[in-house]
Design a protein around this ligand. Structure first.
Ligand code: HEM
Length: 234
């Protein structure tokens, strides 16, 4: 039978052939496991597409559209985060069965995730820093007077959002790992708690976190000079 236009455009034949056929599944839950991972790779592909676009727009100084693009990226990251809920319905025993067919494969090898870790430092921050330089404003000025630099502040916060969402994903994933293999089981690359918790300390746009410390430190110094103690930076 001829393919419908929908099937041709979405390429459903190829797409739906990418999962293990039912007869070869190691257990019932394996289809969900495979689909959640495959869908994640697609969403991460879209994150890359949008982030690179945001950088092109920034180079053209089209800031309002950069903001809507970063907003879209945050929503995709929300989808990535929430789809992990599905795997809470899988038992530890079923995961062990799935692992027998997974070899030494690890999420750490995910090309999409590696790109999401790489892009902020290699592509996004350089594009942002060039734009910021052109405005003549410093991060310190923007964060001290956010409402005088509203759009620039929104732009900075759009980047912070990416950082935060990525780390929320990592935290959520670690909880899922604990739920599935326990808190102490060593995995392929060591103890997940050490390995994954280490990643959670990463900051993708460190200057946007440092500037918060700076404005708070400056505020505290001013308060101390005025004889007021608000309990920060003792
Ligand atoms: C119950 C399901 C899952 C378990 C038990 C699990 C387990 C683990 C473990 C133990 C690690 C640490 C590295 C290693 O030993 O391989 C890891 C890393 C990772 N996994 Fe999963 N995983 C699950 C589902 C997923 C899903 C659905 C994704 C979606 C893409 C994913 C992506 C990743 C990524 C990207 C890393 C590296 C994280 C980082 O560097 O911060 N995992 N996973």
């Amino acid at each position: 039978m001829a393919l419908t236009d929908y099937e041709k455009y979405i390429r459903t034949e190829e797409l739906l052939a990418l999962q293990k056929p039912p007869a070869t599944l190691t257990c019932h839950d394996e289809l969900q496991f495979q689909i959640v991972h495959q869908a994640a790779e697609l969403w991460m592909k879209l994150v890359e597409h949008e982030l690179r676009f945001a950088c092109e727009l920034l180079a053209q100084e089209q800031v309002p559209r950069v903001l809507t693009t970063l907003g879209r990226v945050a929503r995709i990251q929300g989808v990535l985060l929430h789809q992990l809920d599905l795997l809470d319905t899988m038992s530890p025993a079923d995961y062990m069965t799935i692992r027998t067919g997974l070899g030494r494969g690890s999420g750490q090898e995910s090309p999409g995730f590696k790109t999401m870790l790489r892009l902020p430092g290699e592509v996004v921050w350089p594009a942002f820093a060039t734009y910021l330089e052109g405005t003549g404003r410093s991060l310190r000025e923007i964060y001290e007077h956010p409402h005088d630099h509203h759009q620039l502040f929104q732009l900075c916060e759009g980047l912070v959002e990416y950082d935060q969402q990525l780390q929320m994903w990592r935290y959520r994933h670690l909880m899922m790992v604990y739920r599935t293999i326990g808190t102490g089981t060593p995995s392929l690359k060591g103890k997940p708690s050490d390995l994954l918790a280490h990643g959670m300390k990463q900051r993708f746009f460190p200057k946007l976190w440092d500037v918060r410390d700076e404005v708070f430190a400056a505020w505290t110094a001013t308060m101390q000079q005025a004889g007021k103690d608000h309990g920060y930076h003792g």
